[in-house]
Design a protein. Sequence first.
Length: 71
Amino acid sequence: MGTDEYVIRNLRDQINSFKKVAANMHEQIEALPEKEREELMESVRVLRKSRAARGRMMLPLTVIRPGESSA
């Protein structure tokens, strides 16, 4: 692949950390009383729907092509 092992190890460690956080969050959600869990999931659906309606958010990036001046 041509990538140093420490870079790959670091990325794997980050992925594993995110997986642990996600698992912890899922456990906390499952531990909620059913009514609270239903309310939470409804709010998640509303947020996802509103975000989807906004469309894609473009990052404020400037494209500089080789040979062009950035000034």
